[in-house]
Write a protein that binds this ligand. Structure first.
Ligand code: ZN
Length: 244
């Protein structure tokens, strides 16, 4: 959940642009993977017309960046074949695909190899679905002890903790329902990163905005939180610049 001083959504020459006005000196335009989302941080003194002009003057650069992300996204598409690298809980594993005439499964063979058993003739989508099913189960298993620990430490109650695939966020929350969503991609990340996102969303149940109070609460609960945030932002995977 993100709250800002003032934020607007504009459409400039067919491109959706999120504009955040805040107390800064210079205008900054960012193009963010994986989808090429355009975000502008603008000084409070600039109105949307000035922002529009600034964006139009950088249109060529924005379109080039978006094309680059689109290319990267296509390249990072996995085929789920033997020899590919896949991440699990922050470690890189080599995938070994075995054709097997039974229930498809995934298991860790050792600390270097993930074995994916699929039915003979299963296509890429079917193999991928088996992997995601496994990731979801693994992530779900990690949650109860973490939740119990942080509910106690943060003094908040989470009514509902769910997992889903998200394109642009690691987590989100609904304060009224006291519900937290975690990105299924976190199954691939170190446990410390999962823990950071969970704490981040739990702190949002107390404080909606990323303000001073929010940062103070984070500092008290997880003094190293910035490290985990930076680790998630630098991950060599498809999603390099999330909102944390
Ligand atoms: Zn947040």
């Amino acid at each position: 959940m993100t709250t800002h001083v003032k934020s607007d959504n504009l459409e400039i020459r067919g491109i959706p642009v999120e504009v955040v006005h805040k107390a800064i000196k210079n205008l900054h335009i960012g193009v963010h993977p994986p989808s090429g989302r355009v975000r502008v941080a603008a000084p409070l003194r600039l109105d949307n017309e000035a922002v529009r002009l600034a964006v139009v003057s950088r249109l060529g650069w924005i379109r080039r960046k978006q094309a680059e992300f689109e290319r990267q996204e296509r390249q990072s598409q996995r085929e789920f074949v033997t020899g590919e690298s896949h991440y699990f809980q922050g470690r890189r594993y080599r995938l070994k695909v075995v054709e097997y005439d039974g229930r498809p499964t995934v298991r860790l063979l050792n600390n270097r190899t993930i074995e994916l058993r699929t039915r003979p003739g299963d296509n890429r989508e079917a193999r991928e679905a088996v992997m995601w099913h496994w990731y979801r189960g693994q992530l779900r298993d990690q949650l109860p002890p973490l939740l119990a620990k942080w509910e106690r430490k943060a003094g908040v109650t989470v009514k509902d903790l769910r997992i889903r695939k998200m394109k642009t966020r690691w987590g989100s929350c609904n304060r009224d329902a006291r519900r937290i969503w975690l990105n299924l991609e976190l199954a691939k990340k170190p446990g410390s990163c999962l823990e950071y996102i969970m704490v981040h969303e739990m702190v949002h149940l107390k404080e909606r905005a990323h303000n001073e109070r929010f940062r103070t609460l984070m500092d008290q609960l997880l003094p190293q939180w910035r490290l985990h945030r930076d680790m998630l932002n630098q991950a060599p995977l498809a999603h390099a610049a999330w909102r944390y």
